[in-house]
Design a protein around this ligand. Structure first.
Ligand code: AMP
Ligand code: MG
Length: 504
């Protein structure tokens, strides 16, 4: 564009006209060819932007306006390849519900490339629902709009709750139908992750006896996620130890908000320790440790209370893949791996109790704290008390908010006496304690009925207002707003039996 002085000037409008610029630097695509398949996303009929995550775009150093431009939307739909992008579908294996599948891989996702964000952290930008790949098996490579918006809502809610997670950069409607139990509108999610490397990625090389691939992958992960493991006496052992800590802390965080992932297969277990692959996940309302939402989880393998055990199981599978890197002698390698794995329970227990103490307003540690917490949980389980509302309602000076959730008020009352005795041993003024508790006990979580209502409005009436409102509520989960009381309530009884489906 010519300005008054006749010089060519690049301003924002003209930048948008040529589409967004990504400073891609694709470290995974520089790994050997057997780590992935190179292919472009399959173009879609009529891309239309549903949602762009402006704050995330900016954190990634991207121009949100350019991303939302027609050229940007074409990139987000997979119809156009951005400069510097090297699209690949990643190879991985995995245990699905305990059964090993030697080849899974990105069957409906394509990694566009990596960018280094404003904080210096390398992030994957991936399209999910971008068409078939060599890993699609019988799948169509596509995603329906419902699960795409669901992942958008829940992953952004997790971010606001301070829980490590992949994030959602954009959702684009494809203008094409996808065929599930019914015909649904298709969509593509642009997802951002620290990486998409899974326990299953290591299993892919281990099952093939590909030691060289394994070592390259482990070195890549150390460089990318755990650089100080490089300086340890035994770097691969240090890698295992660090992944154990991250996963233990992650699952403790899930437990502290009542989050149920729903499909904790080893291919959905991130080496970077982020929550990944939102499928049949949901937050529980009434506290019931055996809660399962997923329609395909018949045995309750991935029930709420099983999550730490399953995480430990997944980490054992990870440890097995590392054996050739841990020691030349297999028995010695197994001993090392088991020693590392034995620390899981401790890391998990400490992370859980640290979080529990904060939820209960405890500022120091006492022996009896775990029993105190368990006492409340037992009473909640018996009463079917709402998990989120109970913790949010706890108050050093008043039982008004919590009592109505217990049919047998005496049960809660007895616990509350013990709790206040405990509080009195580390005195703090009530306002300070209340503020500390409210900073960790969310008022708002993605309640299943609210998520469903937002999706239904978007799908059936092309009305995105409830989706936008829900995102705005969940972006500030600890900040109670009187006008939003409805969002803090559990589902009305008609919704109480809730089922989630995998078909994202
Ligand atoms: P998930 O458990 O949903 O993370 O997916 C497990 C495996 O199934 C992964 O390899 C996915 O890429 C693949 N998959 C799931 N849905 C589809 C689909 N619609 N088309 C192709 N592959 C799929
Ligand atoms: Mg998966």
């Amino acid at each position: 564009m010519a300005n008054d002085s006749g010089l060519i000037q690049l301003n924002e409008a003209s930048a948008a006209a040529v589409g967004p610029a990504f400073a891609f630097d694709n470290s995974y695509a520089r790994l050997p060819e057997r780590f992935y398949a190179r292919l472009d996303p399959t173009p879609v009929a009529a891309p239309r932007l549903i949602k762009i995550n402006t704050a995330l775009a900016e954190a990634l150093g991207l121009d949100a306006a350019a991303l939302a431009s027609p050229q940007g939307v074409e990139i987000l739909a997979g119809n156009r390849i951005a400069g510097g992008s090297q699209p690949i579908a990643l190879a991985y294996a995995g245990h699905q519900f305990g059964n090993f599948v030697p080849q899974l891989g990105d069957g409906r996702a394509i990694l566009l490339g990596e960018v280094v964000d404003r904080q210096g952290v390398r992030r994957d930008i991936q399209l999910k629902g971008s068409g078939p790949t060599p890993f699609s098996r019988r799948g169509d490579g596509r995603a329906a709009i419902g699960p795409v918006l669901r992942e958008y809502i829940v992953s952004e809610a997790m971010t606001a709750l301070g829980i490590p997670t992949t994030r959602s950069l954009a959702a684009v409607a494809t203008g094409e139908p996808v065929y599930r139990e019914t015909t649904l509108p298709g969509a593509v999610l642009a997802r951002v992750a620290s990486s998409h490397i899974r326990v299953g990625t290591f299993q892919f090389f281990a099952v093939r006896g590909d030691r060289e691939g394994l070592r390259l992958l482990a070195d890549h992960v150390i460089d990318r996620h755990y650089p100080n493991a490089r300086d340890a006496a035994e770097p691969y052992r240090a890698l295992f130890d660090r992944v154990i800590v991250r996963q233990a802390e992650l699952v403790a965080k899930w437990m502290l908000v009542g989050f149920i992932h729903g499909v904790m297969n080893t291919d959905n277990c991130s080496i970077a320790g982020e929550t990944i692959d939102y499928g049949p996940c949901a937050f529980m309302d009434a506290y019931k440790p055996d809660t399962v939402f997923s329609s395909i989880d018949h045995g309750g393998r991935y029930a709420y209370a099983n999550q730490p055990r399953i995480c430990h199981w997944n980490l054992a599978r990870f440890g097995e893949t590392l054996l050739p890197l841990l020691a030349d002698d297999t028995d010695q390698a197994v001993a090392i791996a088991n020693e590392s794995l034995a620390a899981f329970q401790d890391h998990y227990g400490r992370a859980l109790m640290a979080g529990m103490r904060r939820k209960l307003g405890l500022f120091d540690e006492e022996e009896g704290d775990a029993a105190l917490a368990q006492g409340l949980l037992d009473a909640m389980a018996e009463a079917g008390a709402d998990f989120t509302k109970t913790f949010r309602g706890l108050d050093p000076e008043s039982d008004d908010k919590v009592e109505p959730m217990f049919a047998d008020v005496a049960k809660y009352g007895a616990w509350a006496v013990a709790w206040r005795q405990r509080l009195a041993r580390k005195p703090r003024d009530a306002a300070t304690r209340r503020a500390a508790m409210q900073a960790v006990n969310p008022a708002y979580i993605p309640r299943n009925h609210k998520v469903e209502a937002a999706l239904a409005a978007a799908i059936e009436h092309e009305n995105l207002a409830p989706f936008e409102e829900l995102l705005a509520v969940l972006a500030r989960p600890y900040e109670e707003r009187a006008s939003l009381a409805d969002y803090a309530e559990p589902a009305p009884p008609a919704h109480a039996v809730y089922r989630t489906f995998c078909g994202t």
